[in-house]
Design a protein. Sequence first.
Length: 84
Amino acid sequence: MNGCYPNAWIAYRILLTIPVIVASAERSFSKLKLIKSYLQSTMSQERLNGLAMLSIEKDLVEKLEYSSLVETFATKNARRVIFQ
């Protein structure tokens, strides 16, 4: 193959030496690194974890209907009993 198709042989060698990576895992870690470096000094660990999850699950967050979430939250808070 080296003699018949030298350019194809070079392309195959280059292609076979490129490491296979998992882009989604690297993207998750890079998002976490960006969030931590920007907000680490001002936020608690729990809030930082929540922001990381929102950043990683961006596709799911974009599909949320905020009006229904606010309505559900408002009805749950209306059930509180005020003791005097």
